[in-house]
Design a protein around this ligand. Sequence first.
Ligand SMILES: CC(C)(COP(=O)(O)OP(=O)(O)OC[C@H]1O[C@@H](n2cnc3c(N)ncnc32)[C@H](O)[C@@H]1OP(=O)(O)O)[C@@H](O)C(=O)NCCC(=O)NCCS
Length: 170
Amino acid sequence: MTDLPASAAGVRLGTLADLDAIFALQQSAPECAQWPRATYAAILTAAPEVNPQRRIFCVQRGEHVAGFAVASLLRAAHTGACELENMAVAPAGRRLGVGRMLVTAVLTWSQQQRAESVHLEVRAANGAAVQLYERLGFVALGRRPAYYSHPVDDAVQMTWIADGGGAASC
Ligand SMILES: CC(C)(COP(=O)(O)OP(=O)(O)OC[C@H]1O[C@@H](n2cnc3c(N)ncnc32)[C@H](O)[C@@H]1OP(=O)(O)O)[C@@H](O)C(=O)NCCC(=O)NCCS
């Protein structure tokens, strides 16, 4: 894949062959957004030149997909932003740097796409994810009370700003 971030060694773009693994990873992680399988299929089916706005990044460990992240570009008139929409790492493979690799790949890709910032929302109670994002430079800039249900929780709105204000970057 031509737009695989050079600085994200070990991360690759997902393909349709990863669909089962990605969906299984999602189901193993109740903290992440629970999307229909068809949503992943649609993203994975669209070739990058057809859908340049959305990507699924995967980390492979041996024969298994150890984690995935979904990101999309949000275009406005004179600015660009990126959203980290969803991610999960296999429960047995956590705390080994996979999440860091995936978020780094999303940040690198967003910079390549000349976006200025990366945004996400995360459950306030999801300490692992909040800490991961903070470690990589995201800052909590907002909160949506009781945004999530089952269980009820606030959404923390986090933003990462590209160095240089995004002149040639995210
Ligand atoms: C959040 C998640 C993606 C982290 O993936 P991971 O591969 O375990 O993360 P990493 O190993 O790359 O951790 C990088 C850093 O994040 C932080 N971190 C990760 N897991 C943590 C935990 N359980 N508790 C506290 N900090 C944690 C740490 O700062 C860690 O650095 P360190 O290990 O040097 O201390 C993973 O726990 C997961 O899939 N959770 C369920 C799904 C989810 O929450 N998705 C995000 C929805 S917005």
